[in-house]
Design a protein around this ligand. Structure first.
Ligand SMILES: [Zn+2]
Length: 196
């Protein structure tokens, strides 16, 4: 799959800002009162919009996640540009930490993320790799394998290992009990009562 960012022309950016702003205006965010809209452009040239959706248990979905869900549901996985429109003229809306990781899954390091002011004007542009440097991604999971067996793990398989494990467990339990004893209210009282 060819990956890479697409630099948007000012006209295209303005058009996408309108799509993102329209999504933002439909956001459901009665708890944060912080509506956000996103427009993603994919390799096919299609645009997927998303708004944040909150629920009473506070585990809401960000606008980026909404747009990514729409994109993946439609069968696409290659983001070429991202436009985010927040609700403020003072604090520019960049993707949150969670969404940086989500975007990173489907973006190239040079994919541009455009943050727009409330009125749709351009605020800042960041490359994906700048928003999430030294990131963890699908590549990290490509090389998988068994870890070398540790001594205790290997020993635990034998009868002797089992007994040893039991002894360690008993010792740990005794240590916990002993530590508890040391900090019990009674022992503190006794310690305080001791003449200095
Ligand atoms: Zn987010």
């Amino acid at each position: 799959m060819t990956r890479g960012g697409t630099k948007l022309t000012p006209q295209k950016l303005a058009a996408l800002a309108k799509v993102a702003a329209a999504a933002r205006n439909r956001a459901y965010c009665p708890y944060s009162n912080h509506p956000v809209g996103v427009a993603l452009v994919t390799a096919s040239g299609k645009v997927y919009a998303g708004a944040n959706v909150e629920v009473a248990h506070y585990k809401g979905v960000c606008a980026e996640a909404s747009a990514i869900s729409a994109m993946v549901t439609a069968g696409e996985r290659d983001i070429r540009a991202v436009v985010v429109v927040g609700p403020s003229m003072q604090y520019l809306c960049t993707p949150c930490g969670d969404c940086r990781q989500r975007l990173r899954e489907f973006c190239a390091p040079d994919t541009q993320i455009y943050s727009m002011w409330k009125d749709g004007r351009h605020g800042a542009t960041h490359a994906m790799a700048d928003l999430l440097p030294q990131s963890f991604g699908p590549e990290n999971l490509q090389e998988v394998g068994a870890l070398p067996q540790t001594k205790s793990a290997a020993g635990a398989k034998t009868a002797g290992g089992k007994q040893k494990k039991e002894r360690v467990k008993n010792k740990a339990t005794k240590t916990i009990k002993k530590n508890k004893k040391n900090v019990s209210p009674g022992s503190l009282r006794r310690r305080n009562a001791r003449p200095s």
